[in-house]
Design a protein around this ligand. Sequence first.
Ligand SMILES: [Zn+2]
Length: 56
Amino acid sequence: MKKLKDKELCKLVKDEALSESLEAFKELVTEPTHLCLKCGRVSNDKKRLCKPERLD
Ligand SMILES: [Zn+2]
């Protein structure tokens, strides 16, 4: 299993990182704290989203 690059999930998905680093990806979307306003993705690390908005 490859390690995730230090980029936004939004971009990583296009590089097929989701299938290549599924376990690392799962950790970033478990119990999400932020939502990406541009892509609709969620993550527990706002640095991993291109347009993060805090979830209430
Ligand atoms: Zn995004």
